[in-house]
Design a protein. Sequence first.
Length: 393
Amino acid sequence: MRLSRLKDPLSALFPRLPVWLGALLSRRLEEILDAADVRIDGDRPWDMQIRDDRLFLRVLFDRSVGLGDAYIDGWWECAQLDELMFRLLSLHVERTVGLGVSFHMLEWLGALHNMQSRSRAGIVARRHYDLPSEFYMSFLDPYNQYTCGYFQDTDDLAVAQENKLDLLCRKLEIKPGERVLDIGCGWGGFARFAAERHGAHVTGITVSEEQLAYARKFTEGLSVELCKRDYRDMTGTFDKVLVCGMIEHVGYKNYRTLMEVVSRCLAPGGLFLVQTIGSNDSVRSLDPWLDKHIFPNAMLPSIRQLADAAEGLFVMEDLHNLRTHYISTLLAWYRNFDRNWSRLADRYDDRIYRTWKYYFLFCAGIFRAGNAQLWQIVFSRAGVPRSYVSIRT
């Protein structure tokens, strides 16, 4: 998604409703919301305030996309959006109303095509990660971590992200001088931390031009090498390999390929760590609103999919679920974004603000409802005996 002033053309498909039809659709939506103890135009912070009665038809027509796009258009408001989403998602309202046209289209495409093929891998970079770095720096921590922090004994985002980086390094048992491969290195935060704090030599790869340019400056003078490269093209030998917040863009048809690449690059006795948002079920697509506006072609792996992909190559040494920490991370990102919006508002319109606010708080509701997980998984080579100590603090 580019930061533009484009209007959503779908809104033109929803003309003003006749009073009788608006009332009928309103009653249907009220029935759905009632089970979640959400009221239309109620006085509680999680109640929906309706600004345009076309909302009812739009939501019933295309579910998640209709609800999110109507919010971007200003058709409804909610003072506590994350609480609203938690209430709806924890009751699995999609089972009552169905998943909508966009969801079934994405599932169909995911079954027929490799949506994360080599030729398509750069789409998410161009539409999401290549946004101006200043935009991301408005809400991220000093290490530019766009993944879940570790809020152990802290409520400060910067501390939580350093906790996470330290946890990754300790779980990987990184020692001075070791060669570490960071697949999906982002803005260089892990590379800088591992080089400065643990004396590692880090090689990082990304498919984002914007991230690469920023990361090279951010890690200048350190034992860090960064390049633009698809993971499928990676060669060399490394003592440790990290995939943090990147496998969500790999896709179920390519999980085994990623595992084979890591197996090819990992030295005997080495460790491989994956940090990923995880799905409770094995799926072929992402929530359609998130796919449309935030992460095109993304997909959340299930434990079954990852285990199948790793079978015969790796042994799962440790599995750590940090789901609740992602709630804190997303809320902290939103607070930073909201507080710093005045620095961006002269360049980006209100639709951008509403899109990202909805993204942060929608996802906070998803994690709070337990509809997604956040896993750190440590793998060792299959057939190579070793003693691994699980780390949690």
